[in-house]
Design a protein around this ligand. Structure first.
Ligand code: NDP
Ligand code: HSE
Length: 423
């Protein structure tokens, strides 16, 4: 059987699992690829840190892969943006196919790479939702549809933390440590908890669904680090769960792209996606709603997607990078953040004295915001009470103005916290 040579840059969590998977399932992989896949070299910074079960030649010099003419596919599993982008450019300009799990780099440079690549394959299934084949589903399986919306739990670390905080009433930092120990978090976990990692993934999906070119700074991104047990209590009381959602919606000729925590009805299918699992609902104009579910992080799940890309290249069956042979003539625009509409939840810590509530309701009223539900809880601080409330439908501009006025009230203890309600 013919063979194809690969070089793997980054032999950490995902890299090691990829190498072990290529070995464990060699028979089925070769049968499906039609070639033997030979790993010529793995690259790391510190050769002493490599997992003892890895038996391939290892080097700490990236050039050993990029300048090796016998290597057909460069598999980039190192992470980071700038060096990874240089690696990608060099690999493509040396006519090597490029496989990556690096959503951070793709969030900024995917269109640069597309230009450089020409007909050389670039595959990135593992960059979004770990083991779920969402790239191939969206790009190929749903290619006949206008995509009306995507709503996804795209970060395993955040979903794990929120699930643990909800079910076991554990503290945020304790849950984050556990997610790191299990290998779900990025080397810099701020990327996960700030919502940035989900934004990176959403932008990749948006390129496939809508052909739009945006970077994280163009869209609304909020993380989960300020969520506390009061918010979870309110959600539970009123039939919601809190999830970090990445949302893309087509509204006329605009596309709304945003990542933030939401309170969402407990009965929705996506609300049942727990722990490290990811879940994505995609609505096509013709197919209707489709749902995708699976492990969104972790070595094995991610390796499954990386190897599927290697097989795709080996079969010579790669599609165009985002599934467009020519640009969409209509050209969709990114909707401005200020025009986003939603219902809102607010947590407001106030000094526990007479007249406070009327001051708060009058600020909300002045901004055209009407309250739907209200609870008052004792806080852990002496003399401070916590108001938890939800509103009827409003918009981003009004809620932001209201929060800024609330901050200036002498009866408000600290900055109110807001979560959008997705209904
Ligand atoms: P790890 O930190 O476990 O591994 C990174 C590997 O890359 C290490 O072997 C590291 O070497 C090597 N590396 C980093 N920088 C360099 C460099 N400048 N030169 C040479 N080698 C380098 O990361 P993961 O395996 O978790 O993640 C890898 C990629 O996969 C990232 O892009 C991540 O976002 C993505 N991903 C991860 C998932 C997960 O569940 N972990 C899921 C989906 C995608 P050394 O150890 O010597 O520093
Ligand atoms: N840190 C990421 C997550 C890895 O938790 O989802 C998968 O992309």
């Amino acid at each position: 059987m013919r063979s194809i040579n690969i070089g793997i840059i980054g032999v950490g969590n995902v890299g090691s699992s990829t190498i072990l998977l290529l070995e464990k399932n060699k028979d089925i992989i070769s049968a499906r690829a039609g070639v033997d896949i030979v790993i010529k070299k793995g690259i790391v910074r510190d050769v002493n840190k490599v997992n003892k079960n890895i038996k391939i030649p290892i080097s700490d010099n990236i050039k050993d892969v990029l300048d090796d003419d016998s290597i057909d596919i460069v598999v980039e599993l190192m992470g980071g943006i700038d060096i990874a982008f240089d690696v990608a450019k060099k690999a493509l300009s040396n006519n090597k196919a490029f496989v990556t799990a690096n959503k951070a780099m793709l969030a900024y440079h995917r269109y640069d790479l597309q230009k450089i690549a020409g007909d050389t394959p670039i595959c990135f299934e593992a960059s979004v939702a770990g083991g779920i084949p969402i790239i191939k589903a969206l790009r190929d399986g749903l290619s006949a549809n206008h995509i009306m919306s995507i709503r996804g739990i795209l970060n395993g670390t955040c979903n794990y933390i929120l699930t643990k905080m909800t079910n076991d009433k554990l503290d945020f930092n304790q849950c984050l440590k556990e997610a790191q120990r299990l290998g779900y978090a990025e080397s810099d976990p701020k990327l996960d908890i700030s919502g940035m990692d989900s934004a990176h993934k959403l932008l990749i999906l948006a390129s496939i669904a809508y052909g739009v070119n945006a970077i994280p700074e163009d869209i609304l991104v909020e993380g989960i680090d300020l969520i506390n047990q009061d918010d979870i209590f309110f959600a539970n009381e009123f039939g919601y769960v809190i999830k970090l959602l990445a949302i893309a919606k087509k509204i006329d000729s605009d596309v709304e792209l945003r990542v933030h925590p939401v309170m969402i009805n407990k009965d929705e299918m996506i609300s049942k996606v727990s722990g490290v699992m990811n879940g994505i609902s995609v609505i096509g104009d013709t197919v209707g709603e489709t749902m995708y579910y699976g492990a969104g992080a972790g070595g094995n799940a991610t390796a499954s997607s990386v190897v599927s890309d290697i097989i795709e290249v080996a079969r010579d069956s790669s599609s165009s990078m985002f599934g467009f042979k020519q640009p969409l003539e209509s050209g969709l625009k990114i909707k401005s953040i200020s025009s986003i509409e939603s219902k809102y939840y607010l947590r407001i810590n106030v000094f526990d004295k007479a007249g406070v509530l009327s001051k708060i309701t009058s600020i909300l009223g002045d901004n055209g915001i009407s309250i739907k539900m209200l609870l008052q809880k004792k806080s852990n601080h002496e003399g401070i009470a916590t108001l938890l409330l939800s509103t009827h439908r409003s918009n981003e501009l009004s809620i932001r103005k209201a929060i800024s006025s609330l901050c200036k009230l002498d009866v408000v203890y600290d900055k109110p916290y807001m979560i959008r309600i997705e209904e």
